[in-house]
Write a protein that binds this ligand. Structure first.
Ligand SMILES: [Zn+2]
Length: 394
């Protein structure tokens, strides 16, 4: 062991001889690197980038740069001089885009140092940003809708939503959450799951400039619960069910939310399978085919009878559903209906069934169920907008 400790510095000295001319200028200098650049969607054509002034004394100028994926080049889009004093301001710059189409970019902040004898500039750490923002609505509130093994839907939906917020940020997608803890206060009410409060949840999507509304849920599955078509539904049926609202449905199969919904269905089916959660997603699973959830688009099933839940049939393959109330343009679910009225395309994902004990047991015994559901959703959302996604599925 002693030999090794001696050998290392010797080797380092010998090696240094060959590279010393290149790095001599930097010996003993403090590296200056901006590691975090945050983003906010200002509008569909404006992204605001922000970073800390913590390095101010060492920085002369900040260079905000944007990466062009097609030319593979970084371009400086703003130069901002440091005031030399840290702690008195935060730097920001609003990037104005050439169009309002969904766009994802990488940004970083490089620096010119204030004293090149003392400091050395290192390229900033890049981060994705975009002009897309998603309203995540963790269904219900703490303690609502109990399953077995201590599972509550209102607690699980928050866990999934918080994970998803972090993952979407990595993809450069902004988020607004209708709640970030066990309680929800909107529409002048706290923790009331009525039409007024559900509508108020959706209204926050528009108010916060969101491009998509996503309500996170798990389903209940009592025989008879969904009316005559599900009267023979077994209590162990477990299948991801995704409803898009009319605002999404009417935009067609190639619109971001419908693409995302279809992808999420497939990914969640795959995740349930990988986690060992029994699923009746569809026959493809049994036959060993890929875990395809949907071969169809959202407009295949249009329900005009509110009491029929076709998708709960055991033998029907998974698909994205638009479920209407009385008229075709009126969504069955209040939360989705209001999102439509507000002009925000959205979806409600029933990730699994909390009436299925095997699901509850798994969810409560490992953090990975919430994590992987969030991964599936985040990846699907990024792909819906044609973005590069960072999330890897298990
Ligand atoms: Zn629910």
């Amino acid at each position: 062991m002693l030999k090794k400790f001696i050998a290392l510095p010797l080797a380092a000295l010998l090696l240094a001889g060959s590279v010393i001319s290149a790095s001599a200028d930097n010996i003993g200098k403090t590296s200056v690197q901006i590691k975090t650049v945050n983003f906010t969607k200002v509008s569909s054509k404006k992204i605001k980038l922000k970073w800390s002034d913590g390095k101010d004394p060492m920085v002369k100028t900040y260079l905000l740069q944007r990466y062009n994926a097609s030319s593979k080049k970084w371009t400086t889009i703003a130069k901002i001089n440091s005031d030399g004093k840290k702690g008195n301001n935060t730097y920001s710059y609003t990037d104005v885009l050439s169009s309002s189409a969904p766009q994802q970019y990488k940004y970083r902040v490089n620096v010119k140092v204030s004293n090149s004898d003392m400091y050395k500039a290192v390229n900033g750490v890049s981060a994705y940003a975009s002009n897309i923002k998603v309203c995540i609505d963790p269904g219900h509130f703490a303690g609502k809708n109990g399953g077995t093994y201590g599972y509550f839907e209102g607690d699980a939906t928050l866990k999934i939503a918080l994970e998803m917020r972090d993952l979407l940020k990595k993809e450069g997608i902004g988020t607004y959450l209708t709640r970030t803890d066990g309680n929800i206060t909107v529409g002048g009410q706290t923790n009331v799951d009525d039409g007024n409060q559900l509508g108020a949840r959706a209204k926050t999507a528009k108010a916060n400039k969101c491009d998509m509304f996503l309500s996170v849920h798990t389903n209940a599955n009592n025989a008879n619960a969904n009316g005559r078509d599900t009267v023979n539904q077994p209590n162990n049926l477990n299948k991801t069910v995704i409803f898009v609202n009319y605002a999404a449905y009417s935009r067609g199969a190639n619109s971001p939310v419908v693409i995302a919904a279809n992808k999420a269905g497939g990914y969640l089916t795959s995740v349930n399978k990988q986690l060992g959660i029994p699923t009746n997603a569809w026959q493809g699973l049994k036959s060993g085919k890929p875990y395809t959830y949907c071969t169809t688009v959202a407009n295949e099933t249009v329900e005009t009878d509110a009491f029929i839940a076709y998708n709960d049939k055991v033998k029907q393959k998974g698909r994205v559903i638009f479920r209407s109330l009385n008229t075709r343009s009126s969504d069955y679910y209040a939360v989705l209906r209001t999102a439509t009225v507000e002009g925000v395309p959205g979806m409600l994902i029933e990730h699994s069934y909390h009436t299925v004990p095997a699901f509850c047991k798994k969810f409560m015994s490992t953090k990975y169920v919430a994590k992987y559901y969030a991964l599936a959703d985040a990846k699907a959302i990024g792909q819906g907008y044609g973005f590069k996604t960072l999330s890897k599925l298990p």
